[in-house]
Design a binder for this molecule. Structure first.
Ligand SMILES: [Zn+2]
Length: 172
């Protein structure tokens, strides 16, 4: 999937979580949560040198990760999700920041795996087991992905507008 699809999908999931669990707002800023989830949603593709995340500031890390795996290997698994979340949690802890934000990092990361599972190539969820899981309905860069992206972005816009117009204050 394209990085824009991953970012939009992670924001949608995070938004739905804020609606489902209103208490989240007392622990976190939704805007920060969206930014964070959007970032971690691009992170699994650090195993690919030409991905958005690798081409930005993370090329050196990408080179190291790439040496350890093929594309959609361990970075696209529950193992990879936990490793990266743990690293992020340590960074938060080290800088005395609210460790609760690791939750949104986790959500963004796992949302990447969920949306990649819509690809025919599937996702290696249970790495080191080799089996890939996917339902193969959307090819990366295809018209179907563009449609998916537009639907997700429209849902984000609709939920936001609905929330703001009604003054619910749940998602911002
Ligand atoms: Zn991916």
């Amino acid at each position: 999937m394209m990085h824009t699809t991953h970012i939009a999908f992670s924001i949608l999931i995070t938004m739905l979580l804020y609606i489902a669990m209103p208490n989240l707002k007392s622990y976190s800023s939704p805007v920060l949560a969206y930014i964070l989830a959007g970032f971690s949603a691009t992170l699994p593709d650090i195993d690919h040198p030409k991905s958005f995340i690798s081409r930005s500031y993370f090329l050196p890390i990408s080179k190291i990760v790439e040496a350890t795996t093929r594309h959609r290997g361990w970075t696209h698994s529950i193992f990879g999700t936990l490793i990266f979340t743990l690293i992020f949690l340590t960074i938060l802890y080290y800088f005395s920041l609210s460790t609760f934000y690791a939750f949104f990092f986790f959500v963004g990361y796992i949302s990447h795996l969920i949306s990649d599972s819509l690809n025919p190539s599937g996702v290696n969820w249970l790495w080191p087991k080799k089996k890939r899981y996917g339902i193969g309905v959307i090819r990366t860069g295809s018209k179907a992905e563009v449609v998916f992206q537009v639907v997700v972005a429209s849902l984000v816009g609709a939920i936001l507008a609905h929330d703001l117009l009604n003054g619910y204050g749940r998602v911002l």
